[in-house]
Design a protein around this ligand. Structure first.
Ligand code: GDP
Ligand code: MG
Length: 392
């Protein structure tokens, strides 16, 4: 849903995370209620959020509600999931790439197992900024609030977030939803700190360039052209580059850059380009390779990942997975054989479980932290995962 007056505004993907029953859905509804008063949202009721339709992402079923609203600053797409399993799947599959998150913690309960689990996953999938909403402040006194704040800041730091600087807001989602003006202010305050603290993601044009290759062809008399959308950085004519993937590491030069069939001196992230490469034969190029700035990316065949195995009813396996499990791994535009090894203390993974695993690819590829992948058996998705670390 967009709000016409704000269409040219910037956009942020956000979501509520936190332990079950701490008030994530109530807060989501309260946000739309409060913003509706200023004409910045359509009110979305608690029930309609909680009865979110099932969606199919990469073969897994995730229940998630996507609620749209605006502040004076920008537009938001907000994800709220009804159950803990939905959060796990939503985050591990990268289904709704959150730019930031609202961690909801009930003041009468404090941090709980799912608070920690969601923080861990948020870190692993690359959520950079988190604001904290200490909810149910109507149920406790100020001393308890202060304790919960201290505790949650420490927890955030433990998980690698900025626990000291992250904003913490006390409030009551339920009272705000019921129209209590005192508590409506807490929701407004939350929206203000989100506006201020979480930066709008911008196209990265300054980091070393990276072009995932979708296609390649040869131009008689000129050479090999690779085609794709620049994922990051600025590509300049004459730049030294490396072609990486499938065990290859080839040096080349960006001989020409074409955008919409016109030759240009440079192109930036987000542009679809054809790149004429020096000294590369067509048969050396493969869809799924990466063209990147010299020495900017590493190829490896060993990674750590967070992985979720689909249940039988989600189309996954019926039997558990044990160590040295060998299958095809799919990511971006490529797939290669891989072996999955479980941690020493884990004997098997049951369908419906998630855990950390070691992945070994048959070829060396570029995979970076936060990169999503799936595992398929005979073209059926049985697992979804995200890279958390590249091993040497
Ligand atoms: P979720 O599982 O995190 O989405 O939690 P819900 O939003 O479903 O809320 C769980 C329960 O806590 C519901 O019964 C809510 O009415 C109640 N609740 C939510 N926010 C507040 C609050 O600020 N104060 C009080 N007293 N109860 C709340
Ligand atoms: Mg909920």
């Amino acid at each position: 849903r967009t709000f016409s007056a704000k269409e040219s505004q910037s956009h942020l993907n956000i979501g509520t995370i936190g332990h079950v029953d701490h008030g994530k859905t109530t807060l989501t509804a309260a946000i739309t209620k409060v913003l509706q008063k200023d004409g910045l949202a359509d009110f979305v009721s608690y029930d309609s959020i909680d009865r979110a339709p099932e969606e199919k992402a990469r073969g897994i079923t995730i229940n998630a509600a996507h609620v749209g609203y605006s502040t004076k600053k920008r537009h938001y797409a907000h994800t709220d999931c009804p159950g803990h399993a939905d959060y796990i799947k939503n985050m591990i599959s990268g289904a709704s790439q959150m730019d930031g998150a609202i961690l909801v913690v009930a003041a009468d309960d404090g941090q709980m197992p799912q608070t920690r689990e969601h923080l861990l996953l948020a870190k692993q999938v690359g959520v950079k900024n988190i604001v904290v909403f200490i909810n149910k402040a109507d149920l406790v006194d100020n001393e308890v609030l202060e304790l919960v704040e201290l505790e949650i800041r420490e927890l955030m730091s433990d998980f690698g977030f900025d626990g000291d600087k992250s904003p913490v807001v006390f409030g009551s989602a339920l009272k705000a939803l019921n129209g209590d003006e005192v508590w409506e202010k807490s929701v407004k305050q939350l929206l203000d700190v989100i506006d201020d603290y979480i930066p709008t993601p911008s196209r990265d044009v300054s980091s070393p360039f990276m072009l995932p290759i979708d296609n390649a062809f040869s131009v008689p008399g000129r050479g090999t052209v690779v085609v794709g959308t620049i994922g990051r950085g600025t590509m300049k004519k004459g730049a030294e580059a490396e072609l990486l993937g499938f065990n290859n590491k080839m040096k080349t030069i960006v001989n020409d850059i074409q955008v919409f069939k016109k030759s240009l001196p440079q192109a930036i992230a987000g542009e679809n380009v054809g790149i004429l490469l020096r000294g590369i034969k067509l048969k050396q190029v493969q869809r799924g390779m990466l063209l990147c700035a010299m020495n900017s990316q590493k190829v490896s065949n060993r990674f750590k990942a967070s992985i979720y195995f689909l249940t039988k009813s989600e189309g996954g396996r019926s039997k558990p997975v044990t160590t040295k499990y060998i299958q095809q791994l799919f990511s971006k535009t490529w797939n290669v054989s891989c072996r999955i090894d479980l941690d020493d203390n884990v004997n098997m993974i049951m369908p419906g479980d998630h855990c950390t695993v070691d992945i070994t690819l048959i070829w060396k590829m570029v995979m970076t932290s936060g990169q999503a992948f799936t595992i398929r058996e005979n073209n059926i998705t049985v697992a979804t995962g995200i890279i958390t670390e590249t091993l040497p």
